[in-house]
Write a protein that binds this ligand. Sequence first.
Ligand SMILES: [Mg+2]
Length: 280
Amino acid sequence: MTWIHQAIRSCAGPPSAGPGTGLPLTAVAPAIRLASVYRFSRTFRGFMSSNSALRIAGPPKLVLFDLDDTLCDHSASLRVRLRMAFGPALDGMSGVDLNDVVEASAARSIAGTEHFADVLGEFGVTEPERISGAVQRYIGDRYRGLKLYAESLEVIQAIRQRKPVGLITNGPSKIQRDKLVWLDIAHLFPLALVSEEEGIAKPDPEIFHRALRLAGSQPEEAVYIGNDPRVDIAGAQAAGLTSIWINRGGQPWPGGTRPGYEIADLRSLIPLLGLDDPID
Ligand SMILES: [Mg+2]
């Protein structure tokens, strides 16, 4: 497959793109027409980032975001906390690599401490005080290392000047609300739905529909930006929103209905949403 075909496939999705596929027809033609631009940027992600001509037809009236690993670097902070939690638990243990324990924990679950005993047990750590110590260190410094991505704040602010924005996040109410305060963005998202509070979680379309009702918008008027293909993209598409996959790591699409659009960082939203035009 040539790079041009790869670029077109990456952006345009299957040949059947269009109504019923979750992929706007408008995503197809620009990708093909502008494929030559790709030659100079070498990567599809760079092409998307630098090409201001590719934009959603019919500017959305509502812009909804995921939180973890979309606006803030939850994965990085998780590993900081896991290292802090597990490091002392491994004191005096020979032949156990802290990184292996951290990755084993992250693979098992990206939240909570219920799996800590099992993970440590796999590495030969069974003493209750070592396990409880790890749990306490993890819980005691819950937001250590949690930061917005470098461009998040400026992009949120730029969009808020022109469009209503909102947030739909899965997780416990206290933790997700505290994160918004910690990140100092709670005031930017008066419309913020947390799955525990709603009693329903992404990818269930109902949580997207609730956000739309609160905003007074229709599905076709809204976009949803998220990092998780299964939770964010599949959910938004099932609810009838235009989905935008933020793929910072350049991962291959894992399968299923492709996202409406793919971006490598949030700055790409400005041209994609048509927000680089002068304000009327
Ligand atoms: Mg996420």
